[in-house]
Design a protein around this ligand. Structure first.
Ligand code: EAX
Length: 338
């Protein structure tokens, strides 16, 4: 009789139980590993097919790679998590994990960033990127932690231009009397008051309908946003005023990030920098191609706008800013070697 049949039945049952238990443990281990993945939401106010969408995808790829799947990222474009101001409030209380936003509403939370919103502060993209990637930009990122936010990286929205459906804009006189949607930013609102417009602060998710219904005559945004938000469908005229450089920023919630290890936090910073690079690359691409694309979509584009009369018209915005906030940071930016 083979040894197998003489093995006590008990021994065979024990072996089967042991194998079964090992299989269960293995499955539990896989399940725990899968459960261990922490899902991170990234919100932004414009479509996924945008410069912010490029940034969100690069952030996702980088964070999931660096963390070896410990973190997974979900993308929430088009205001799914609210307008930029509402999302920043969500970061502060922990209902939102990550946001890609312009500095539009940010000054309401971190007044130190208002200096970046001054009209005609930066001459070109190189200068703006150089300042934000230097010690001044890092100081402002660090400032976020005093306002229940985590500044992960400076990203980019682009130089803002005026669109409307009433008339071509060649000089400040052409803006006089127009109802212009602005971001919820007091510096921008004052600038358009000085230009004779009626500034109407409004969150981005409301803008397209407001233009469609004529609640406002026009708005101002970089070419990137005009393309991504299909504003060419509801606006006839684009004038390349370039009246202000619009930074964007990748912000995190301290409720999420303060509970992570230093290594995990560094993954977020590195992933945010990768996101910002991808966003800037898309901004550069659309700075080259966007005007022609918008002409093909039916917009009349005035590319020969003389900035001098606009700069003169909004000079008091700089003066009032210095009176309220001082000129230290403004002078540092102007004196920077960038
Ligand atoms: O950040 O609200 C705006 O006009 C912004 O440029 C847009 O949401 C992208």
């Amino acid at each position: 009789m083979s040894s197998r049949t003489t093995q006590p039945r008990f021994a065979r049952r024990t072996l089967a139980t042991a194998v079964g238990s090992l299989a269960t443990l293995a499955l539990a281990g896989v399940a725990l590993q899968a459960q261990a993945a922490t899902e991170i939401s990234v919100g932004y106010a414009i479509s996924s097919n945008s410069h912010y969408g490029e940034g969100s995808r690069a952030f996702k790829e980088t964070l999931e790679r660096l963390s070896d799947g410990e973190f997974t990222v979900t993308d929430h474009p088009s205001g799914a998590l609210g307008g930029e101001r509402a999302m920043i409030e969500g970061l502060q209380i922990g209902t939102v994990d990550m946001v890609i936003t312009s500095t539009g509403p940010l000054g309401n939370f971190v007044p130190e960033t208002y200096v970046l919103d001054l009209p005609f502060l930066f001459e070109d993209y190189d200068q703006a990127r150089c300042v934000l990637d230097g010690e001044i930009g890092q100081e402002l990122l660090d400032k976020m932690s005093e306002h229940d936010l985590v500044g992960l990286a400076w990203s980019e929205n682009g130089f803002r231009h005026v669109t409307n459906s009433r008339r071509a804009i060649e000089s400040p006189a052409d803006i006089d009397g127009l109802k212009i949607r602005t971001m919820e930013n007091r510096i921008h609102q004052q600038a358009f008051e000085e230009l004779g417009a009626s500034p109407t602060p409004m969150a981005m998710p409301e803008l397209f309908t407001a233009l469609q219904q004529g609640t406002v005559d026009g708005q101002e945004n970089p070419v990137t946003v005009i393309v991504a938000a299909n504003l060419f469908e509801v606006q006839d005229q684009l004038s390349l005023t370039g009246h202000v450089y619009s930074p964007a920023i990748m912000l995190g919630s301290p409720v999420l990030l303060d509970g992570l290890s230093d290594e995990e936090r560094e993954w977020f910073h590195e992933a945010a920098r990768a996101g910002a690079e991808a966003t800037r690359a898309e901004v550069s691409r659309l700075e080259e191609e966007g005007v022609e694309l918008l002409r093909e979509k039916g917009m009349t584009v005035n590319t020969e706008v003389d900035p001098a009369p606009f700069q003169e018209a909004v000079q008091s915005v700089h003066e009032d800013f210095v009176e309220e906030y001082g000129d230290a940071m403004l002078e540092r930016i102007r004196a920077s070697s960038c």
